[in-house]
Each structure stands twice: as structure tokens, then as C-alpha cells.
Design a protein around this ligand. Structure first.
Ligand SMILES: CC(C)(COP(=O)(O)OP(=O)(O)OC[C@H]1O[C@@H](n2cnc3c(N)ncnc32)[C@H](O)[C@@H]1OP(=O)(O)O)[C@@H](O)C(=O)NCCC(=O)NCCS
Length: 175
């Protein structure tokens, strides 16, 4: 495991962590920040952070935030997987895993997995769902290695990428 301090935050903490999330995201997506969609990240932070159920873990190396993972409970019957699974799973309480980012110099340290397990295994939902750009097959493979499987595709906004919808039971297998 990476030698970092992983701390958990909620909706109430948003004003204190907002800039750290934006800074880590800008570093993690540095090669893709000319993309209008990526530039809208502060809007997404406020949108997800504004949810009373917002749940976020941040890894710190000393005072520096080096990676984060966040999400919130999905709205029943509006889960990202809903249109792709017939019949729906019997146990269907779902956590929407919205965002994961790790600073470039912390890549390949296992931090992405450490953050994901800390976030998801601290939840009591039955399922976790996430969206991953279909043009990033290596990222999709990473999630598959943790137990997620692709159940469909969706494009939530006209200017957003086309995403693979990936689903897993919780707790994550192998935990
Ligand atoms: C995704 C992320 C957290 C994984 O970190 P990590 O566990 O240290 O693993 P890596 O950075 O090696 O990434 C895993 C694989 O995905 C690829 N990858 C990561 N981010 C990518 C991106 N934005 N676009 C395309 N491929 C990407 C890597 O090249 C790597 O491929 P490889 O195994 O063939 O070398 C980190 O790469 C990151 O922050 N990326 C940018 C943000 C992002 O894409 N988040 C995921 C949103 S679903």
C-alpha cells in the first residue's frame, strides 16, 4: 500500500476540500485539460459535493493531497445501470462512484485501488456503479481487475465522452 494518510470527508467538508479536489484533478488530467468537458470539473465537484450523501476519501502525502475518490448514493430507479439490466438485481441499493484521480507522480503505486477500496468498502449499499470513457480501455481493465464488469454504455451529456457502465457487488471481491 502507498505510504499516505487516507482521510474521509462528507458534504459538510466541501468548502475545505474543494480546492484540493480541483488541484488533484488538474494534475491527473493535465494532458487532457484542453477538453471543455474536463474544464467543467469544478461544476461537478459542487454538484456531487452538494449532495447531503457525498462521500469522499483523499490521500495525503504530508499536507499535499495526492489522490481522491468520491461518490454518493444513487437515486433508486435512476441508477446508471438500470436501463441495462433486466431483471434488475434483487439487492439493488447502489452507490454511484463518480470520480477517481491520482496525481501523475503517484501513479502505479496502488493508490487508485487503495482509495477505491477505502471509499467503496466503507459503504453499506449492495452495488457500486461507475462510468469509464470507452476510449480508455486500460482504465476499464483496471476496474475489471477489482471486480467491476461492463453492463452497457451511456453518454450523460452531449459533450461528454461515451462511457462504459461498470457494476460490482459490494464489498469489492477480494477484500
Ligand atoms: C485512473 C487512475 C486513477 C489510475 O491510476 P493507477 O492505478 O496509478 O494506474 P495507471 O495510472 O497506471 O492507470 C492504469 C492504466 O490506465 C491507463 N490510463 C490512466 N488514465 C488514463 C486516461 N485518462 N486516459 C487513457 N488511459 C489512461 C494507464 O495508461 C494505465 O495503462 P497501462 O496499465 O497499460 O499502463 C489514474 O491513471 C488517473 O488519475 N488518471 C486520470 C483520471 C482518470 O482517468 N480517472 C478515471 C475516471 S473513470
Amino acid at each position: 500500500m502507498a505510504d499516505v494518510d487516507v482521510r474521509r470527508f462528507t458534504h459538510k467538508d466541501l468548502p475545505n476540500i474543494r480546492q484540493a479536489l480541483i488541484d488533484v484533478h488538474a494534475d491527473a488530467y493535465a494532458d487532457a485539460m484542453d477538453d471543455d468537458f474536463n474544464q467543467r470539473f469544478p461544476w461537478f465537484v459542487d454538484h456531487w459535493g452538494g449532495n447531503p450523501d457525498f462521500d469522499c476519501v483523499i490521500a495525503y502525502d504530508g499536507d499535499e493531497a495526492v489522490g481522491f475518490a468520491y461518490g454518493a448514493a444513487a437515486n433508486p430507479y435512476r441508477e446508471w445501470w438500470r436501463e441495462h439490466l433486466e431483471p434488475a438485481p434483487e439487492k439493488a441499493r447502489t452507490f454511484s462512484y463518480s470520480e477517481l484521480a491520482v496525481r501523475t507522480k503517484w501513479r502505479k503505486t496502488g493508490l487508485a485501488e487503495q482509495l477505491s477500496r477505502a471509499l467503496l468498502n466503507g459503504r453499506d449499499e449492495d452495488l457500486a456503479v461507475l462510468l469509464v470513457d470507452t476510449e480508455h480501455p486500460r482504465v476499464q481493465a483496471m476496474y475489471e481487475a477489482w471486480g467491476f464488469r461492463k453492463v452497457g454504455e451511456r453518454q450523460p451529456f452531449p459533450d461528454s465522452p461515451v462511457y462504459a457502465v461498470m457494476l460490482t457487488e459490494l464489498p469489492l471481491p477480494g477484500t
